[in-house]
Design a protein around this ligand. Structure first.
Ligand code: SF4
Length: 369
């Protein structure tokens, strides 16, 4: 294996921290740097976009020790993501680290969900190695957008298409998602994009669709390379206009389509959604009936005392907690505190200062009336 260079001292502090709590779980990122140049990459937000070569921050075994020793980690409960922030896990120089990390988790006999997101090439040998894992609940999410404008996305979507096909041929135990994103109005939402996605969905256990994360840093990058603004404004949450969603739902009728990543993952593994989206019931109107039944059976409104105890473990004051049939509402929280409570209880947790509006949970207001 070609050895990765150690990350330079100048790497941003946020990236030195190899474990971060994100919505889909504890995220492990001990390799940083990517040559793929997707224009909308979140590395713009970490001032890391210019690092084109992957670098190692700590070795794989140490990284796994840090992860399982994290205050929020719960064996067999906390969902995990590997290399989803600052590199692609299937790049030739990165994938050995991916395998070793997954194998180190598996040796500990953990049954946590593990999500691996890629747009890169996956070979038969890769899948066969993944299939040797026997404890972790592994999901490979293959990002595909069909975007042809190389300034926005230089990577050919054909690579993801071939990976999906290879996965579908050889997986038995692992699950595969078509991760259809970012869908951008006027760029990759034509009828031919929709029918291509529908065809590709046959290679996956489920399809999850989502919009564009359009923050100021990302708009600035696009302007600097001459791409006209993709939307009129930037937003904290992903942008996904109502009209685009309507057309997608119409074209995917009868297919296993999900608005939320955790819903697609949970469906693929035959378990209830670990993010508790069932409380936000309008999300479920496209979900297969059998899955709705699984989530309904698991849905339980937690007691205030129980929430308070868990909130305190996360360092959050329990004085201002409210619970209704949809979600737990807290105040003055940070994301990792909310996600820890959410994953522990399988119940949505929102901060009162950042409310989610009906029918656009997790989405920006742009494109909605
Ligand atoms: S029933 Fe609702 S919460 Fe459960 S997986 Fe389906 S969409 Fe998600």
């Amino acid at each position: 294996m070609k050895r990765l260079r150690q990350a330079p001292d100048a790497i941003p502090v946020a990236l030195r921290d190899v474990v971060e709590y994100r919505k889909s779980g504890l995220s492990l990122n001990h390799v940083v740097g990517c040559p793929l140049d997707c224009g909308y990459c979140v590395r713009h937000l970490f001032a890391n976009y210019e690092m084109k070569q992957p670098h190692l921050i700590v070795d794989d075994e140490e990284a796994v020790e840090i992860l399982v020793g994290h205050w929020a980690f719960r064996p067999s409960i906390t969902p995990i993501q590997v290399f989803n922030r600052a590199t692609d896990p299937f790049l030739p120089v990165v994938k050995e680290h991916l395998f070793r990390t997954l194998e180190a988790l598996d040796r500990r006999e953990l049954t946590n969900h593990v999500l691996v997101i890629t747009r890169w090439q996956i070979d038969r040998e890769d899948v066969l190695r993944l299939e040797k894992l026997s404890h972790i609940r592994l999901t490979i999410l293959v990002t595909w957008s069909g975007i042809a404008d190389k300034r926005i996305e230089p990577v050919d979507s054909g690579i993801a298409e071939t990976s999906l096909e290879t996965l579908s041929k050889y997986v038995k135990r692992s699950k595969v998602l078509l991760y259809w994103r970012p869908i951008i109005a006027g760029i990759n939402d034509s009828d031919s994009h929709l029918s291509r996605a529908a065809m590709l969905s046959h290679f996956a256990h489920a399809t999850v669709f989502t919009g564009l994360f359009f923050r100021e840093e990302i708009r600035k990058h696009f302007r600097s390379i001459g791409v006209e603004d993709l939307y009129d404004d930037v937003a904290r949450r992903k942008i996904f206009p109502e009209a685009v969603e309507r057309r997608i739902l119409e074209s995917f009728k009868g297919k296993n389509l999900f608005r939320k990543t955790s819903c697609g993952v949970s469906f693929a593994h035959d378990v209830a959604d670990y993010n508790g989206h069932y409380g936000i019931n309008e999300i479920c109107d496209i979900c297969p009936v059998t899955q709705v039944e699984i989530c309904a059976a698991a849905h339980r409104k937690p007691k205030l005392e129980e929430v308070r105890k868990i909130a305190q473990l996360a360092g959050l004051s329990g004085d201002v907690i409210e619970i209704d049939e949809r979600r737990i509402a807290v105040s003055d929280s940070v994301e990792q505190q909310r996600y820890f409570i959410q994953h522990t209880l399988n119940y949505q947790v929102h901060d009162k200062s950042l409310p989610h509006n009906k029918y656009r949970h997790g989405r920006a207001e742009i494109g909605w009336s």
